[in-house]
Design a protein around this ligand. Structure first.
Ligand code: NAP
Length: 455
């Protein structure tokens, strides 16, 4: 298996790493299990202090950590800095508030009225993470598990090995206990072995549906707890009373940030008939300001895709979308030649239910737009989907937005703001977008032993 970072701006190899050996795999599980055994007897506040130190480490060296995001997967420099800050904020959140989520819960109405539940660690948890947010995806899994006392073994996406190594470096720099966090450049067979190992008690995957089905099956076979954070085809709804300027700016940002490679982003715009023309005029004007360029320059606002493979895959998907009957209403679908993995932003329409590509997640700067007449249209489009990750609604009538949000079949819906994960709020999906929740108090409970003491 090949763990190689290739800069998607110029197609140059940046770094390559050998695959983990089976001996390394075994020694890692042993150390991770020892950490779990120690942590289950240690006070939580010691790990909270360590998480605050980890937050400080990321925050004090923003440029160092951001650099790897840009060179490994092409993230814009300013978005890379933002991701490092968000990574620090997640560690700090659990470092400062985590113990509140681990307070015993009483069950006074039980027949044994002094009964309570306590939250205990379970062992080693494997984190399989994607390349689109190489640090936050890892931190949102690591921080709550570390706080609880679970050890985390990381298998990162093979195209961002330096990011995985930088995360490990941060943990070592602040002297986290050995075994608490270990990055492995493991192959798929080794991941299967890990999941089957008796000391491993869970596996968290963030990635594609394809990987989700495979990893969930491995976890099921080994009777291990799992969480699946998978893809989406989120709607971005603009009602007739919305602030059109605000909505158009947000719609472009929600689709084009991270070069459109965001799980919970505005993939389908649903625009009220009454404001459709004006909204589209404003939206296309904002899209036109996004120009592909060198992600290391502060002036660039559209990054390359993460790899040449991602570029070729999206190009083929767009070809298939158009062959299925959809039309481009803004942008140029011609491939961009050259070493960079660039993709021109596109807005397409006419994506009908019978298009074979309907409901396919297009992971790049390609938006779909629908003209909608009423709430029934909105809910039909939003819920005619096997995905159930997120969504956003723009309107001045908050009560109306809440009613729509109530009926949209996804794990989260944002009102008058771009949907993004936040430490304080649970994040996750339903349907083919996966199961389980990360972040907030629920992120800690995902791999906890929720133990009842009957008294
Ligand atoms: P991917 O191909 O599924 O890869 C994700 C991770 O799974 C990588 O580390 C990959 O390793 C690993 N993997 C894949 N198949 C595996 C197998 N059979 N055994 C063990 N490990 C395996 O997904 P991606 O293309 O990198 O990521 C993009 C997807 O992630 C999109 O669908 C996006 O929507 C989703 N995502 C979801 C969320 C969320 O919170 N719901 C957040 C971010 C991204 P290799 O790189 O070595 O193949």
């Amino acid at each position: 298996m090949n763990y190689t970072a290739i800069n998607p701006y110029n197609d140059q190899i940046v770094a390559t790493f050998p695959t983990t050996t089976d001996e390394q795999l075994q020694s890692t599980i042993k150390l991770a299990d020892e950490f779990y055994q120690d942590a289950s007897r240690q006070a939580t506040h010691e790990r909270m202090t360590a998480l605050v130190a980890l937050a400080d480490e990321f925050e004090n060296d923003l440029a160092y950590y951001a650099h790897f995001l840009t060179t490994n997967m092409g993230k814009l420099q300013r978005e890379a800095i933002d991701e490092v800050k968000k990574t620090a904020a997640m560690a700090r959140f659990y470092g400062e508030h985590g113990d509140q989520f681990l307070i015993n819960k009483d069950y006074p109405s039980a027949s044994a009225p002094n009964s309570y539940v306590e939250y205990r660690p379970t062992g080693v948890v494997v984190a399989i993470e994607p390349w689109n947010f190489p640090y936050t995806q890892v931190m949102r899994m690591f921080a709550p598990n570390f706080l609880l006392g679970n050890a985390v073994i990381l298998k990162h996406a093979s195209i961002v090995p330096e990011c995985a190594q930088a995360f490990q470096h941060a943990c070592q720099k602040v002297n986290l206990p050995r075994g608490a966090f270990t990055n492995l450049f493991a192959d798929y067979g080794q991941i299967d072995k890990l999941i089957a190992d008796r000391r491993v008690q869970g596996v968290a995957l963030t990635g594609s549906e394809k990987a989700g089905r495979i990893i969930a099956a491995s976890a099921g076979k080994a009777l291990k707890q799992s969480t699946m954070e998978l893809g989406g085809t989120d709607v971005f709804i603009v009602l007739k009373d919305a602030d059109i300027f605000q909505a158009a700016q947000a719609a472009a940002k929600a689709r084009l940030s991270n070069a459109g490679q965001v799980c919970a982003s505005a993939k389908r715009y649903l625009i009220a008939d009454e404001i459709y023309d004006e909204f589209m005029q404003q939206l296309t004007a904002v899209f036109a300001t996004y120009q592909p360029g060198n992600p290391s320059l502060v002036t660039t606002n559209l990054a390359p895709l993460s790899s040449k493979n991602a570029q070729a895959k999206l190009q083929q998907q767009v070809t298939d979308v158009l062959a299925g009957g959809a039309k481009i209403i803004w942008g140029d679908a011609k491939p961009i030649d050259g070493p960079g993995a660039f993709f021109n932003p596109l807005i397409i329409t006419g994506m009908a239910f019978d298009n074979p590509m309907y409901d396919t997640e297009l992971f790049g700067p390609v938006a779909q737009v629908y003209r909608i007449k009423n709430d029934a249209d909105i809910l039909k489009l939003a819920n005619t989907s096997n995905h159930g990750l997120g969504g956003a609604i723009y309107t001045q009538d908050i009560e109306h937005a809440k009613i729509l949000a109530h009926y949209i079949e996804t794990g989260q819906v944002a009102i008058n703001q771009v949907l993004s994960s936040q430490s304080e709020i649970p994040f996750g999906g339903i349907k083919d977008s996966g199961y389980g929740r990360e972040l907030s108090d629920l992120g800690i409970l995902a791999f906890a032993n929720i133990k009842a003491i009957i008294n």
